[in-house]
Design a protein around this ligand. Structure first.
Ligand SMILES: Cc1ncc(COP(=O)(O)O)c(C=O)c1O
Length: 395
């Protein structure tokens, strides 16, 4: 597998990343890293992973020519990478299956995870059910409310969903709780991290498992068009779907990489999750990256209408790619995302997740400025069924 930007031994991409955790946790993370290093080049492991990608998740997902959107926007030709068609409705399972297969080989019987939008929790509950593992999901109380349907799904598959009711009551505290559990139960437990964040080796490991998106997309666009895309656009929460599709194109300087961030009510409103755009360098959840900080230098709460995007940090590799100019971040407001969700539903008959709608919105701004010979791939990271209830309450 072609993986760009392998971090150094300490897990750094440039100055970003690392393992800023207590000594006790470092030992556990090194075990995970050793297992990942061993199995990520192991033929049997990769064959098994591929089997589940194909037979369980339903890969490869189509690269769909969005003809109506292309006609309507009168600019570049648009393709959608249909991760919304993955089992459980989003890209999350690509990563979860990979990590659970590692956990299984390490002899772990219990998996834990954090979740924001609920998609990663659902994916973990689903894979835990499939592999007969005990499963505990940590979720902020606010997210539990916003994503009640996903809580119901997780419980249906046998997971215990533990609400976190302090701080912002969202993803940030859910991650804190999961790390605490990991240290306390390290002998029998594997922490399945849901995005390209956290201490080393998680950002790199998550990218490894999500890189299947870009690998397929590259092959599919070359088959369909005989050339590489000019732009690849993806939404960024912690950054896993984006880095998964970007990986394959990082080495091609002609392909521009755009990450759509959750601007919430606007980047100057104080209610935003546009971490690359306005964040500062800092440490969160064991890694150095761009982080939302307040005047006192403490982590500030992030906000986005989309539960999967309101994380006050960003995966370290995205910070590195943004700082070196390889990736550009575009902030998208709640209103623009909701508008894009309605737009794609009406033009293509595809209801995107609120998270993915940020990528659609960024594309809607860009495409009319491009000539018809240009190609744009949008990573449609998930479907919007989980958001319909929330949208019904938006006037
Ligand atoms: C459908 C969907 N897209 C995107 C994201 C954002 O996560 P990431 O940036 O890791 O892809 C989420 C997170 O829950 C999600 O559910």
């Amino acid at each position: 597998m072609k993986i760009f930007n392998t971090p150094n031994e300490e897990g750094f991409f440039g100055e970003f990343g690392g393992m800023f955790v207590p000594e006790e946790l470092k030992g556990v993370l090194r075990e995970v890293d050793d297992a990942f290093k061993k199995y990520s080049t192991d033929k049997d492991f990769l064959e098994e992973l591929n089997y589940y990608y194909n037979q369980y998740i339903g890969r490869p997902t189509p690269l769909y020519y969005a003809e109506e959107m292309t006609k309507d926007l009168k600019g570049a030709k648009v393709y959608l990478k249909r991760e919304d068609l993955c089992h459980m409705g989003a890209h999350k399972l690509n990563n979860v299956i990979g990590q659970i297969l590692i956990a299984k080989r390490m002899g772990k019987k219990r998996v834990i995870a954090e979740t924001g939008a609920g998609q990663h929790g659902v994916a973990t509950a689903c894979a835990a059910a499939r592999f007969g593992m005990e499963c505990v999901i940590y979720m902020g109380e606010i997210d539990k409310e916003r994503q009640a349907l996903n809580v119901f799904r997780m419980e249906m598959m046998g997971a215990t969903v533990k609400g976190v009711s302090y701080g912002t009551k969202t993803l940030k505290e859910a991650v804190d709780e999961a790390f605490m559990d990991f240290v306390q139960n390290k002998d029998n437990t594997f922490y399945v991290v849901g995005s390209a964040v956290g201490p080393h080796p998680y950002p790199h490991m998550v990218k490894f498992f999500q890189s299947v998106i870009g690998r397929e997309a590259r092959e599919q666009i070359l088959k369909a068009e005989g050339k590489l895309p000019d732009y690849v656009i993806a939404c960024i929460g912690g950054g896993s779907n984006a880095i998964g599709i970007f990986n394959e194109f990082i080495g091609d300087s002609s392909v521009k990489l755009i990450g759509a961030e959750g601007a919430g009510k606007g980047i100057d409103s104080g209610l935003t999750a546009a971490t690359i755009t306005i964040g500062k360098e800092g440490i969160l959840h064991g890694f150095n990256s761009y982080v939302m900080l307040d005047e006192k230098g403490e982590v500030a709460p992030a906000y986005s209408i989309s539960a999967g995007l309101d994380y006050p940090g960003i995966g370290p590799e995205h910070a590195y790619l943004a700082k070196t100019g390889r990736e550009k971040a575009v902030p998208i407001t709640d209103d623009e995302a909701v508008n894009a969700l309605k737009y794609l539903s009406k033009t293509e008959g595809i209801i995107p997740a609120l998270e993915s709608s940020h990528a659609i919105a960024a594309a809607m701004k860009l495409i009319p400025t491009l000539s018809k010979d240009k190609l744009v791939i949008i990573n449609l990271s998930g479907r919007g069924d989980k958001d319909v209830h929330q949208l019904m309450n938006i006037k």
